[in-house]
Design a protein around this ligand. Structure first.
Ligand code: AMP
Ligand code: MG
Length: 278
């Protein structure tokens, strides 16, 4: 996942905390091995390589199902089929030149929420075009945080923080405190029982001809976002926060607010803050 994972636990004994942390880290490793698009042997890479209709593991199915949901509610701003565009972006970053239009056009043919389907009963996924590449970079980290969090809960530890490169989830407040003191974009907040994620162009970008292209892709243009934005999301689960933060960057301030309102009307407890600058 390319990030540092930090786990903080308050437990009855060090032994218990060590065991819980070890199991949680192992879960990160397991999910990384499954969902990495860098590793050609990951389940995700194999799925894309083989194409067509395939049964997938329960974890991968769970993430794909959520990814479909976020793609739908964000009108395609969030889209895990951006893989071919991400590959072009990574090449641009290495070579410091924009991809040729013909490569962008080829990538566009392989991107879209309508190009893949899920079958709940068969636990299968169908990729409708050959060459499609799914990229779970905007959601898998959140999923892993949630799974690690659950594993720690199973060890009986509720006072915990699981932080994967700034996307985190916290449990109950540490002893004699009213919350976890968290730094979110320079602001110090006290919080508990919540998940949070931050996305934006400050974290990874490539600059070409004085234009900054973020690592978050606008599926419509095939290029990294060029409007400067940072999105903070707090939500019940880290996966929600992770996916929504990435989506919010593509959607921009106005549409993100509409999405936030719609989700809260459905009873979800989400807060989406988007900061845009020139
Ligand atoms: P995050 O840091 O959570 O915002 O995730 C960014 C990563 O998600 C990128 O490095 C890509 O791997 C992937 N990605 C880029 N653009 C999109 C998009 N529009 N929808 C879903 N995933 C994306
Ligand atoms: Mg994300």
């Amino acid at each position: 996942m390319g990030v540092l994972v930090r786990i903080v636990l308050y437990a009855e004994s060090k032994m218990l905390a060590d065991q819980a942390a070890e199991d949680a880290y192992a879960e990160f490793q397991r999910l990384n091995d499954m969902m990495s698009d860098y590793d050609q042997d990951s389940e995700l890479s194999k799925l894309c390589e083989n194409g067509g209709c395939q049964k997938v593991s329960p974890d991968l199915f769970a993430v794909l199902k959520e990814a479909k949901y976020y793609s739908t509610i964000s009108s395609g701003a969030f889209d895990i089929t951006v893989g071919p565009m991400v590959k072009l972006w990574r090449r641009s970053r290495r070579q410091k030149v924009l991809p040729k239009q013909k490569y962008i056009d080829t990538a566009k043919e392989l991107v879209g929420n309508h190009l893949w389907t899920l079958d709940e009963e068969k636990q299968s996924v169908t990729l409708l075009k050959k060459g499609m590449q799914l990229d779970l970079g905007a959601i898998a980290k959140g999923y892993a945080v949630d799974r690690a969090f659950e594993i720690i809960m199973k060890h009986g530890i509720t006072t915990q923080l699981v932080d994967a490169g700034g996307d985190f989830r916290v449990g109950t407040a540490p002893p004699e405190k009213t919350g976890w003191r968290i730094d979110v974009d320079g602001e110090n907040v006290l919080t508990q029982n919540i998940a949070s994620a931050t996305s934006g162009d400050r974290f990874q970008f490539v600059e070409i001809d004085a234009v900054r292209y973020a690592h978050i892709i606008d599926p419509k243009t095939g290029l990294g976002l060029t409007h400067h934005c940072t999105a903070h999301v707090s939500a019940t689960t880290a996966m929600q926060a992770d996916a929504l933060a990435s989506a919010a960057c593509v959607l921009g301030k106005e549409k993100s607010r509409e999405l936030e309102t719609a989700l809260n009307k459905q009873g979800q407890n989400v807060r989406i803050q988007v900061k845009e600058s020139e």
